[in-house]
Structure formats: structure tokens, C-alpha cells
Design a protein around this ligand. Structure first.
Ligand SMILES: Nc1ncnc2c1ncn2[C@@H]1O[C@H](COP(=O)(O)OP(=O)(O)OP(=O)(O)O)[C@@H](O)[C@H]1O
Length: 218
């Protein structure tokens, strides 16, 4: 099944072209690492895939559907770049942040079960002890891990990550890449944007590079 498909997508911010007739095809089970220099358009590409921006030309399909339709079905997990506040008094706890990731599925879960799913996923990421803590009191790397746990608790078919290792220590980076490899082997399709050496992303099935508005295979 096609998980992400871009056909000749062109996108400009005002007059500045970022994507120029770019194509991309990701199949179910792919683990794609997307690299490229600063400003090459990686985050913009993710915004287009997630429907936050619209291309001026070309077509994008997610899970063989219109983007908004696919997102509504809750099968796409997204870990944004440095998304949480560094403000220690930010009012939400880890538990509350995790639960916002499940709101589309909430009718299907008992409340107790929902809590258990969140806890299990935090545990898998070595973060169970943070469940009741305020998210703003965690380090940047810990917050990133909570956001990954949040995305995975929703049991996505496609996981999109935007530089998840920024500010994360080496041991945690290794753990993260091991988990991604494991999840991919269990059937999860992954699109990972990173500045890390793609060789660190064990088990990746494809390495792509954004350059001059195009996406090419390395
Ligand atoms: N909101 C915006 N308005 C105008 N130009 C923008 C906007 N966001 C990004 N750009 C420009 O679009 C280009 C691509 O930016 P983008 O953030 O997608 O790159 P990136 O590959 O994700 O970079 P990085 O590796 O630094 O995260 C850059 O030239 C950037 O300056």
C-alpha cells in the first residue's frame, strides 16, 4: 500500500521556491531517512505532507487518500521538532500531553486502558517515572521522548519524525534508533528527518536527500 505519494509537487514561500516538481513514493513497511542541508526544505515537506501547507502545483496523497481524510482516521503519528515549552510552569503533565494524542481513539478505549497504554509506551521509552511530572520540567531530550511515546500510543501505521534526536544524548539516540528499527520490523512505516549520519539509523530501508527542490535517493 502507498503510504505517502507526492506527484510533481511545487511549493513556494512567496517568491522563494522550496519544492520544484518533487516526487516521493513511500510504501507500507518503508523506513525512510530524509537528509539535506539547512534550509533545503525538509520541514516544509513535512508541513505539506501533514496538510499544514498546500502545494501550488502537484498532488499529495497520504495512505492513498486526501490528506485531511487520512489524518482524521488517526493512523498517522507525528513527532514535531522541539515542540514543547521550556517553561517549567507549562501547565500540562506528561500524562495529559500523552492523552491528547489519543483523543481520536478515546471512544474505543476505557479510561483505565488509555492510562495503561500511555504508561506502557512511556515504560518502553524508559520514561514511566515522568508520568505525573509537568512536561516543562523535563529536559529537551526527555520531552522529545514523551512526544514519541505520545505518537506511538495512538498505534499509528505511519510515523513521521522531524529531527527527534536534537538535544538528545548519545545513549538515548541509540535507544531511539533501536526502537525505530524494532517498530519498523513490526510493520510501522517511518519517515525520519534528521541531520544525523544516516548510518546511525539502523534498519533504514531508504536514504533520501533534499536538494534544489527535489528529493533524490542517496
Ligand atoms: N514561513 C516561512 N516563510 C518564508 N520562508 C520560509 C518559511 N519557512 C521556511 N522558509 C524558507 O524555506 C526554506 C526551507 O526551509 P525548511 O525549514 O523547510 O528547511 P529545512 O530543510 O527543514 O531546514 P533545517 O535543516 O534548518 O531544519 C528556507 O529557505 C527557509 O528560509
Amino acid at each position: 500500500m502507498e503510504m505517502i505519494r507526492l506527484d510533481r509537487v511545487t511549493f513556494c514561500y512567496r517568491e522563494i521556491p522550496v519544492l520544484k516538481e518533487a516526487d516521493l513514493l513511500m510504501e507500507q513497511g518503508d523506513y525512510v531517512v530524509l537528509t539535506g542541508e539547512n534550509g533545503s526544505g525538509k520541514s516544509t515537506l513535512l508541513k505539506l505532507i501533514l496538510g499544514e501547507r498546500k502545494p501550488q502545483k502537484g498532488q499529495i496523497r497520504l495512505l492513498q487518500k486526501e490528506i485531511l481524510q487520512a489524518l482524521k482516521e488517526g493512523k498517522v503519528g507525528y513527532v514535531p521538532q522541539n515542540s514543547i515549552s521550556q517553561n517549567a510552569s507549562f501547565p500540562a503533565t506528561v500524562q495529559e500531553v500523552m492523552r491528547t494524542g489519543l483523543y481520536r481513539k478515546v471512544s474505543r478505549f476505557q479510561v483505565g486502558r488509555e492510562r495503561q497504554i500511555c504508561l506502557d509506551m512511556l515504560e518502553r521509552l524508559g520514561m514511566a517515572e515522568t508520568f505525573h511530572k509537568k512536561i516543562g520540567e523535563l529536559s529537551g531530550g526527555q520531552q522529545q521522548r514523551v512526544m514519541l511515546a505520545r505518537a506511538m500510543a495512538g498505534d499509528p501505521k505511519l510515523l513521521i519524525l522531524d529531527e527527534p534526536t536534537a538535544g538528545v544524548d548519545a545513549v538515548s539516540v541509540e535507544t531511539l534508533y533501536r526502537l525505530l528499527e524494532e517498530w519498523n520490523k513490526e510493520g510501522l512505516t517511518i519517515l525520519l528527518v534528521t541531520h544525523d549520519d544516516p548510518a546511525e539509523c539502523k534498519g533504514a530501508t531508504k536514504i533520501l536527500r533534499m536538494k534544489q527542490g527535489r528529493i533524490t535517493e542517496v
